[in-house]
Design a protein around this ligand. Structure first.
Ligand SMILES: Nc1ncnc2c1ncn2[C@@H]1O[C@H](COP(=O)(O)OP(=O)(O)OP(=O)(O)O)[C@@H](O)[C@H]1O
Length: 250
């Protein structure tokens, strides 16, 4: 689904990544892990189009998207979530998902504000669709709550619902468990598995090892800008180089 080939990234004289190559298999939940400063965020930014790689290629379904900006990737089905949740705080939970759907709709926000009959119908369709995504994320009861007042964990679920409304083929998540307590993390884990079971491939950068080991089908371990290992969670847990890299950090 997503293939990285020989990815390198330099910031001035600093080599942040070198020779990174792996595939995110269709239908998988793939985790990218590694000690602090390993290059995870840099790799995530390259995969999502924040900046291009200094060398190598990002291929999505065999299309070279290395130079595509985030919007163009989203049109192809590569959608991301943010570590710092970016919601419209003054809008309700439901409206936040509706905004995402409007950007896809033929009429758009402006036309809908004119309230022509066919646009009203479109508006109703979008509202229904948005409700379905709230249900999917388990936050239906919060539909009319102002998004800015949500507890952090619910905000994250909303952000994911909004991303899912774009009907991605691949969802890239930047530290989805950051800032969540254990109950919220468990809720998140269930949602991410549901997303995979819904047919959406997931790749995530994450620090929470328990979560990663629980939900991921495959792991990629970065260390000091290079690839240290890849394999199943069990293989990674038993990998001596990985154990040394993590212990060396403490
Ligand atoms: N925009 C930038 N300009 C210069 N150096 C950068 C930039 N972004 C990252 N780096 C450097 O690249 C290296 C990898 O950083 P990166 O943030 O990708 O690691 P990380 O694995 O995400 O770390 P953490 O787990 O602490 O978030 C670090 O040495 C960092 O200082």
């Amino acid at each position: 689904m997503l293939r990285l080939e020989g990815i390198g990234k330099r910031f001035g004289g600093l080599t942040a990544l070198q020779g990174i190559g792996f595939t995110v298999a269709k239908g998988s939940i793939t985790g990218i892990i590694g000690p602090n400063g390993a290059g995870k965020t840099t790799l995530f930014n390259i995969a999502t189009g924040i900046y291009p790689p200094s060398e190598g290629k990002v291929l999505f379904e065999e299309t070279d998207i290395s130079q595509f900006p985030p919007e163009r990737r989203a049109q192809l089905g590569v959608v991301r979530t943010f570590q710092n949740i970016e919601l419209f705080g003054k809008m309700t939970v439901l409206e936040n998902v509706m905004v995402g759907l409007h950007t896809q709709s033929s009429s758009g926000l402006f036309a809908c504000s004119l309230r022509m009959p066919w646009q009203m119908k479109e508006e109703r369709r979008i509202r229904e669709k948005a409700k379905e995504w709230l249900e999917f994320a388990g936050i239906t009861d919060l539909a009319d709550v102002e998004a800015g007042t949500l507890p952090f964990g619910k905000g994250r679920l909303l952000e994911i619902a909004r991303a899912m409304a774009l009907e991605p083929k691949l969802l890239l998540m930047d530290e989805p468990a950051a800032g969540l307590n254990s109950r919220e993390t468990a809720e998140l884990a269930e949602l991410i598995k549901r997303i995979r079971d819904h047919g959406v491939t997931v790749a995530l950068v994450e620090h929470d090892m328990d979560l990663v080991m629980d939900i991921c089908d495959a792991l990629v371990v970065l260390n000091l800008g290079t690839m240290l290992a890849e394999g199943t969670p069990r293989e990674i847990q038993e990998n001596q180089a990985v154990i040394t890299a993590y212990l060396g950090e403490e």
